[in-house]
Design a protein. Structure first.
Length: 778
């Protein structure tokens, strides 16, 4: 009979069954009440099962292989109880295969109909309990699970599923807590769960993508068991490893993802033996899931973190990673996201130093260049190189130089405790001496060090040299600054531009540095990263408004405007042409510049001026004054609440400053602008700045109030704007400074005369101001 098909065997069966199907008033059924099922004929059950089977074939064509066996019409006459053991074994395998293929669709009605036929004809609820459990377990929390459990003979003495008897009795699905509790305490059940994905992928093959529910059940249950178990046993690990290893190398996305998640949790619960750890690590490295590169890398990182710095040799794994183009970008991405990748890097470096393999060395070089470590990790990394030095290795020396450049502080700390590194880097002492000289407290030593750099420009390629040279742009000694400016072109423009702006501002405040401003400005304007023209104009404007009687200031203006880079720069070029050579030598230059600014710069954008002023305000009060003056000049001729609001905010801040001063009892004009600007060197804010803004604003508003109504329409933009300006002026009129009170009293009177034709309209205007300004009304 071995060579005869199962279908032919079924045809030969026409003998009544024995004790299994003794006539009863009840029949086991998934779809019907037991009493109702007893009255349904076998042919009707076959029709039900076949209808479900036909629909299942349309969903999953592979199920068609059972058309000539389990769902063949000849199976109507099968009497399983009288079959021999060999025939029943074949039938069991066939049923088991069908149930595994059916698993993804268990929740569908056609699947229930097909199962109804198998229960009726093949008594799978009695013969194939384990196969049914494999089918049903991923759906443990569904009603169909509860219904199927009620059909199973679970009360057999010694049966391995007897623990489900309470579920059968209550007719309810299994809870998650019940499931995890059993899987944690019953290693055979845990093994059963771990084997489910192996059985599923073996039968489904390339179609295992359909097993989403099974993989999700496997993942959540195993992790739940690991979480719930205080101490994971070796038996549990041995049951888990086959499916875990299969998942790590699986070509099926969900299975692989599940394995990564389980592995990540497993290594936090138990310290794996060296052999198992190495095997799992290698499997992760060889994962073939392109969409899970970051997850695979994260799994490697978590595994490394779990070892506490004690690693077995992972050389085969690292050699594989060294030739995997996906690994380094994935690791760098994790590092950028804040994941601590150092333990994995440390393991790589350790094996690299031990193996002395050229491929791995090149990869480690790329790795260390790509990743950034904090000072603590950098220090530990350097210790690894100190513990296992490669005496005659050029790669080793290059790596040390690379680490020295990237982590100078950590390198210096490591050298103090591992002096052997110095013997492997003969040029380190010279570099250290240069660093000490560049930061020496005596300025002649600093000067000598910078001159050394000028004759050894190759050193300027090193990051620590560039960073140190940037600090020298803040030096107090003019001689040092002169030499440092000659090397600015070797520095990063993004960093050097900020230092140059600070230096130029400092040059204005300190007359002894005044002559450096033209050269610093030239460096700034010739930078690869061009600075904002508005910022540059605000930056040098104090220089262009010198006070009378100071030749050094006039000389600096001349040098600034004669600078080739300045003469090619838009507005500054126009200013140079306007002034001419004769005016350049005159002490009245500040008046000429001030006139030029008022007449020629009104096309500039107010927002740009305010933004540039914000960047410069930390460099002294003079730039607050310059921002106000320039803002008033570039204020649009059509003033509105929108375009003037930022200026009024800045004006309010200016007026409320404790540094506002009236030391100079003169109005701001072409004759006095130089001396007023110079007063900012003492950290003061001349009140004339805000007064100038008030006058410029009122000149452009041009609004007249009548006395016809005592309540003005404050929603009308010009009315609201005028009232807001008047509020600010009246607040200054109440200043504790007598001179400021006097000047603003005069200003308010003129404002009333301009806006109000009669005393009545003035009273009406003041009433509106008081209504919106309680402190004035008080």
């Amino acid at each position: 009979m071995a060579g005869t098909s199962l279908a032919e065997q079924l045809k030969k069966l026409a003998v009544p069954q024995t004790s299994i199907l003794v006539h009863s008033k009840k029949r086991a059924s998934l779809l019907f009440d037991p009493k109702e099922a007893a009255d349904i004929g076998r042919a009707r059950f076959y029709e039900i099962g076949l209808s479900g089977f036909e629909k299942l074939k349309n969903i999953y064509p592979r199920l068609a292989e059972f058309e000539k066996s389990l769902f063949d019409e000849t199976s109507l006459h099968l009497e399983r109880a009288v079959e021999d053991q060999q025939a029943n074994d074949k039938l069991d395998k066939l049923i088991n295969r069908f149930l595994i293929l059916l698993s993804p669709y268990l929740n569908l009605d056609p699947a229930h109909k097909a199962l109804e036929w198998l229960i009726c004809r093949f008594h799978i609820h009695q013969y194939n309990i384990d196969s049914i459990m494999a089918l049903m377990m991923p759906y443990y929390d569904t009603n169909i699970f509860a219904r199927m459990v009620q059909l199973l003979p679970l009360d057999r003495k010694g049966g391995k599923w007897i623990w489900m008897q309470p579920l059968k009795k209550e007719g309810i699905p299994m809870s998650k807590i019940f499931l995890l509790s059993r899987a944690s305490s019953d290693t055979s059940f845990f093994k059963f769960i771990c084997n489910l994905p192996l059985q599923g992928t073996q039968v489904h093959g390339e179609e295992s993508v359909r097993l989403t529910t099974l993989f999700a059940f496997y993942c959540t249950t195993v992790i739940g068991v690991l979480h719930q178990t205080p101490q994971v046993s070796e038996v549990q690990v041995s049951h888990l490893l086959p499916s875990l290893i299969a998942g790590l190398t699986s070509c099926h996305l969900d299975f692989a993802a599940s394995a990564f998640m389980i592995l990540g949790y497993l290594v936090t619960k138990i310290h794996l033996t060296a052999g198992i750890f190495s095997e799992l690590f290698y499997k992760v490295c060889k994962s073939d899931q392109s969409s899970l590169r970051c997850e695979a890398t994260l799994a490697l990182v978590v595994m490394s973190q779990s070892q506490g710095g004690h690693f077995p040799s992972l050389l085969p794994s690292f050699l594989h990673l060294a030739t995997s183009p996906w690994f380094l970008p994935a690791l760098a991405q994790l590092a950028c996201e804040g994941v601590v990748v150092y333990p994995l890097v440390a393991a790589m470096v350790t094996d690299c130093l031990t193996a002395d393999d050229a491929t791995l060395q090149e990869f480690v070089s790329q790795l260390l260049a790509e990743l950034a470590f904090n000072n603590d990790d950098a220090r530990e990394l350097l210790k690894l190189f100190a513990i296992k030095p490669l005496i005659n290795s050029e790669w080793y020396r290059d790596i040390l130089h690379q680490l020295e450049k990237s982590y100078p502080e950590a390198f210096d700390e490591t050298v103090k405790t591992h002096s052997k590194l110095l013997k492997l880097m003969p040029d380190y002492s010279a570099r250290n001496q240069l660093f000490q000289k560049l930061n020496h407290p005596q300025w002649p030593v600093r000067l000598e060090a910078i001159r050394h750099l000028k004759s050894h420009t190759k050193l300027l390629e090193e990051q620590w040299v560039q960073e140190t040279l940037l600090t020298r742009l803040a030096d107090e000694k003019k001689q040092v600054l002169v030499e440092a400016l000659d090397l600015v072109s070797h520095l990063s423009p993004a960093q050097s531009n900020d230092r140059l702006v600070s230096l130029i501002a400092r040059c204005w405040h300190k007359l002894k540095l005044h002559s450096l401003a033209p050269e610093a400005l030239s460096c700034l304007l010739t930078s690869e990263v061009q600075p904002d023209p508005t910022l540059v104009l605000l930056l040098i404007l104090p220089f262009l408004l010198p006070s009378d009687g100071r030749d050094v200031e006039v000389t600096t203006v001349t040098q600034i405007l004669e600078c080739p880079a300045v003469r090619e720069s838009g507005l500054l070029k126009s200013l140079h042409e306007e002034l001419g050579d004769e005016v350049m030598k005159s002490k009245s230059i500040s008046g000429k510049v001030f006139k030029f600014i008022q007449e020629r710069l009104d096309s500039m954008d107010l927002d740009n001026v305010l933004a540039a002023g914000k960047l410069l305000e930390s460099h002294g009060t003079v730039y607050q004054l310059m921002t106000l003056l320039m803002s008033a000049v570039v204020l649009p001729s059509k003033v509105s609440s929108d375009n003037i609001a930022p200026l009024l905010e800045g004006l309010a801040v200016y007026n409320s400053s404790s540094m506002i001063s009236s030391d100079i009892h003169e109005d701001l004009n072409e004759e006095t602008v130089g001396s007023i600007v110079s007063s900012c060197r003492e950290g003061k804010l001349p009140f004339q700045g805000s007064m100038y803004v008030f006058k410029q604003v009122m000149r452009k508003i041009k609004y007249s109030f009548s006395e016809k109504s005592s309540i003005f329409d404050v929603k009308e933009p010009r009315v609201a704007l005028t009232i807001n300006i008047l509020k600010l002026a009246i607040q200054m009129k109440m200043s504790k400074n007598k001179y400021i009170r006097k000047k603003y009293s005069s200003y308010c009177e003129k404002m009333f005369e301009k806006c109000c034709e009669t005393p009545e309209s003035q009273i009406h205007l003041l009433s509106n101001v008081a209504l919106g300004c309680p402190e004035i009304a008080a």
